[in-house]
Design a protein around this ligand. Structure first.
Ligand code: PLP
Length: 432
């Protein structure tokens, strides 16, 4: 166990609360779902981060997913530094945008034309507008337990009943927006069929996370995802795969390739920017022809395609597109998870680890979990204890039991062995 002082983080947090709501610039960072107060991070290198008090942690949060190569990757840093010598933003096209686009389009079967944005939220919000503009329809179907960023149409949760208009999940979202979003449960074919029966000619799109990974890891059957794709096609609606987490994570071509289905529109973010703010949406030439200035769907961005962010993306994706990158990463992550599972089975703990590629999630239950409803909120108490014990042992997980963990290419057997040992100890305390 580390003898941890968190005095500097605590002091910084007191100050940040005077500047920012809750002291943070994104809510989950505020440690409201776990013990303690946020650690203020000073630096990261490879699999490690250090907080303001100099404590070192093996990091499995990875900045919420982007850092598949670990922190401060030398190739990304060098490319960014080189490009920055020429200035940081022009608001005009650069060759770097072409270079990143080529890397993506040449290695991805699911997009013929793309548009860069500065965040995942923007990418998804724009994809929804594109689907509406393309189909001339208004409604979208989304799934409870999928997060797609913080745009108005998507901050909507299920009402009561199988197929309902959504209810806003944030103050400040007009009910009229929620009325255009139908929210149904995952893994429920009947709900999809009913939604289309009720709103047939007005459904522009069904949007789903490639593999839902924002409310636990809700692995869906291939057959169900195929059903969604077929149902969209049969009803003239588009299938949007939100791959902001899964894109370039479960493989270079994301969850679409994992399931072997072809979505109509795909959104990416996180990894695509190598740690800098980049999002992207893409589709066939035919669909993308509807985007301004070629078509009537308006979408823009002062810093879209920013050269420094493009440089980071180019360096990152150049590494990810090398042969065997994902085979090696995923094998390493799966071996790590299998060792954890073996320990849990041996001890008979009430805990399941759901996993795909280099993503994993601890669910304090023995049940199978496929939908948001399957998760018992009371089980999060156990995660809180685990989180506290892991921090005390130098292991950093995202501060919420609904968040997944990520193994990166920078984790070696040294860090993974240490992390396993710490997780074993933490679980022994959780289940003591
Ligand atoms: N879509 C998914 C699947 C996400 O996981 C996220 C963020 O976590 C977003 C969209 C929003 O991306 P951003 O936070 O970059 O706006």
């Amino acid at each position: 166990m580390q003898d941890i002082s968190r005095a500097k983080s605590a002091e910084l947090y007191e100050k940040s609360k005077t500047y920012f709501p809750g002291g943070v610039n994104s809510p989950v960072r505020a440690f409201k779902s776990v013990y303690g107060t946020p650690l203020f991070i000073q630096k990261g290198d490879g699999p490690y981060i250090w907080d303001a008090d100099g404590n070192q942690f093996i990091d499995f949060c990875a900045s919420w997913g982007p850092l598949i190569l670990g922190h401060n990757n030398a190739k990304i840093r060098e490319k960014v530094t080189e490009v920055m010598q020429n200035g940081m933003s022009f608001g005009a096209p650069t060759a770097l945008e072409n270079e990143l686009a080529e890397l993506i389009i040449k290695n991805n079967r699911f997009v013929e034309k793309i548009r860069f944005t500065s965040s995942g939220t923007e990418a998804v919000m724009s994809a929804i507008r594109l689907a509406r503009g393309y189909t001339g329809r208004n409604k979208i179907i989304k799934f409870e337990g999928c997060y797609h960023g913080h745009s108005d149409s998507l901050l909507v949760k299920a009402g009561s009943g199988l197929v309902t208009f959504g209810e806003t999940s944030s103050a400040g979202v007009p009910k009229a927006f929620a009325d255009e979003t139908i929210v149904i449960g995952l893994n429920d074919k009947q709900a999809v069929t009913e939604a289309f029966a009720q709103f047939k000619d007005d459904v522009a799109a069904v949007i789903i996370e490639g593999i839902p990974a924002n409310n636990g890891l809700l692995l869906q059957d291939k057959e169900y995802v195929e059903f969604l794709s077929e149902t969209c096609t049969a009803n003239g609606a588009l299938l949007i795969f939100d791959e902001v987490i899964t894109g370039f994570r479960v493989g270079f071509e994301g969850a679409a390739a994992y399931y072997g289905i072809t979505p109509d529109i795909v959104t990416y973010g996180k990894i695509i920017g190598g740690g800098l703010p980049v999002g992207m949406y893409g589709a066939s030439n035919q669909i993308m022809a509807h985007i301004s200035p070629d078509g009537g769907v308006y979408q823009a961005g002062t810093l879209s395609g920013n050269p420094v962010a493009m440089a980071a993306g180019i360096a990152a994706l150049s590494i990810l597109s090398q042969p065997n990158f994902y085979e090696e990463l995923n094998a390493k992550a799966q071996a790590f998870v299998n060792d954890l599972k073996a320990y849990i089975a041996d001890k008979g703990y009430e805990l399941k680890i759901f996993t795909v590629g280099s993503i994993f999630w601890f669910a304090f239950t023995n049940k199978d979990i496929k939908t948001a409803e399957d998760i018992d909120p009371a089980s999060m108490e156990k995660f809180k204890i685990m989180h506290r014990e892991l921090l005390n042992r130098g292991i950093y997980f995202g501060p919420s039991g609904y968040e997944v963990g990520f193994v990166s290419a920078a984790h070696t057997s040294v860090e993974l062995d240490k992390a396993k040992q710490a997780i074993f100890e933490a679980l022994d305390i959780v289940f003591a």
